[in-house]
Design a protein around this ligand. Structure first.
Ligand code: SF4
Length: 216
């Protein structure tokens, strides 16, 4: 079995399966070809994410998911996982990949899956997203392009804010910033009862994006 998972300190040790950011994120592009606001400060293109040892498994995964026995191997890899986060970086850029992910979700009912994505922008992904989110153990969180609390349609989604005054009505504020950037036991992102999660903008790149937007 060659499954390569990654563990981020933020997620209380919960594992992820990831791809290289931007290369596999068609939804990060605006109509003019530039990056949408939320992706202009993407954490997954800076810091540790530039290191060879972090990039290597993401590049490996881009080929690996195409193996015929990948679904079976992923199910085995999640054997003892109660929670799993897809795409700490990258996105489910191909329909065939999305179908395989849906099968893994279906075959691991003991595990709560959180899948953040911008592929909801492409109509051809609507059926597979719908068939994922009817599963009781799956939350597909559609990522908004906004960095000031703009929300999008869909059962479960997320947005970015730069201050609590931008928190959309009914949204759950991610409080990782109060716990050294860690989830600290919170599992709201995996919970269908939390329709919108608002993440506080963080990092130098995102702060710069917000400054530029505010000055415009
Ligand atoms: S909302 Fe909760 S589960 Fe989601 S990233 Fe923030 S702390 Fe973690």
């Amino acid at each position: 079995m060659t499954i390569k998972l990654s563990k981020t300190s933020k997620l209380d040790g919960i594992m992820s399966w990831s791809l290289q950011a931007l290369d596999t994120c068609p939804g990060s592009k605006a109509k003019d070809g530039g990056l949408v606001d939320a992706c202009r400060g993407c954490y997954a293109t800076t810091g540790n994410y530039r290191f060879k040892n972090v990039k290597a498994p993401r590049e490996f995964n881009r080929e690996d998911w195409q193996r015929p026995d990948w679904v079976e191997d992923m199910v085995s890899a999640l054997d003892s996982s109660r929670y799993f986060r897809w795409f700490d970086s990258g996105d489910m850029y191909a329909l065939e990949l999305a179908e395989k992910i849906r099968k893994v979700m279906l075959l691991t009912p003991w595990c709560n899956h959180w899948l953040p994505t911008r592929m909801h922008k492409f109509a051809k992904f609507a059926p597979v997203i719908a068939s994922m989110e009817i599963l009781p153990n799956v939350v597909v969180r559609r990522s908004s392009d906004s960095v000031n609390g703009g929300t999008i349609a869909g059962a479960t989604s997320s947005t970015i804010i730069s201050g609590q005054d931008q928190l959309p009505a009914g949204a759950t504020l991610c409080r990782a910033y109060e716990h050294g950037g860690t989830c600290n036991g919170c599992r709201a992102c995996y919970d269908k009862a939390a329709p919108v999660i608002a993440y506080m903008a963080h990092g130098k790149s995102m702060a710069k994006v917000i400054r530029i937007m505010e000055a415009a």
